[in-house]
Design a protein around this ligand. Structure first.
Ligand SMILES: C[S@@+](CC[C@H](N)C(=O)[O-])C[C@H]1O[C@@H](n2cnc3c(N)ncnc32)[C@H](O)[C@@H]1O
Length: 276
């Protein structure tokens, strides 16, 4: 993107004029750093490294989250026959974005991306373009106001047709007192029968360094995280029918044949479920 400053060059060059506070770490940019991206600043890199120091395998784990996204979307657009995707908490564009995987399987698929970080908006408008048949749209909205998300999505998606609601790596950024379970229930209540929920959520109980990692993250990042245990994540799927193999660590969800993931890798909880 030639008309934008290079994030890697530092926090003061240009982005401030665009309205970004680059001196405070942001979830999308910290995640981008872990994925090996360049759209992050010194504050993001510092906290990302502090967390990596206590969870050294984290880079592999975030890549496994992206691989889960690709397999889940491939299943939804292919086997499940879903043609509409509401991907909330898009993140900075990287490999295997939802529209690329979905439109490879179903060229006419429509994808609506939602994020509340303006830097994601800037990149997404430029990079997340659809193909000739399908369409890709972008909404700047906050999941904590689900009615706003739904109102904007209704202008683009057909709420009489099944859709996939994607909530990958976002619900841990919503605190218990903000009622993430109620938010998910409101979104899924608006989706018609035959719709799907795909979700991944970093785990509280799998990796021994995880709680120290959360402490370090929350000391510096603008939006604190709340890691959750399997039973807390399972509650997000209340009233829905889990697709096999259920809620598992993301690398265990329908792994690609022949793919070898280290057996001791500890990843997020992930699953896909259908609204009856
Ligand atoms: C860790 S990234 C996950 C990106 C992608 N979904 C994935 O799993 O690879 C989380 C994203 O959620 C966005 N986000 C966090 N809280 C949000 C909220 N309340 N509303 C909308 N987006 C939010 C962040 O800006 C960030 O882009």
């Amino acid at each position: 993107m030639a008309d934008q400053p290079d994030a890697a060059e530092g926090p003061t060059r240009g982005w401030g004029e665009l309205g970004f506070d680059t001196s405070v770490a942001h979830p999308a940019r910290v995640y981008d750093y872990w994925l090996g991206g360049k759209d992050n600043f010194a504050a993001d890199r510092e906290v990302a490294e502090r967390v990596l120091a206590v969870v050294p395998g984290l880079r592999l784990r975030v890549r496994e989250n992206r691989a889960f996204l690709a397999r889940a979307v491939h299943f939804l657009a292919g086997e499940a026959g879903i043609g509409q995707f509401l991907d909330i908490g898009t993140g900075i564009p990287t490999a295997n974005n939802t529209h690329e995987v979905a439109q490879a399987a179903a060229p006419a698929a429509r994808i609506v991306y939602v994020d509340n970080d303006p830097i994601v908006l800037t990149h997404s408008r430029a990079l997340l373009t659809g193909n000739a048949e399908g369409a890709t749209d972008y909404i700047e909205a906050d999941l904590r106001q689900p009615e706003d998300v739904l109102a904007a999505a209704r202008r683009i998606l057909d709420f009489d047709q099944p859709m996939a609601v994607m909530l990958l790596g976002i619900l841990h950024l919503i605190q218990d007192e903000e009622d993430p379970w109620g938010i998910v229930a409101r979104i899924m209540a608006a989706a018609p029968s035959g719709s799907y929920l795909a979700m991944s959520h970093p785990a509280a109980e799998i990796h021994p360094g995880q709680m120290e990692a959360q402490k370090r993250y929350n000391e510096r990042v603008s939006t604190p995280q709340r890691l959750r245990e399997h039973h807390e994540v399972a509650r997000f799927f209340a009233g829905l029918e889990m697709v096999e193999p259920g809620l598992v660590q993301v690398h265990q969800w329908r792994p690609d044949p022949g793919k070898i993931v280290p057996t001791n890798i500890a990843t997020a909880h992930g699953g896909v479920a259908r609204k009856p």
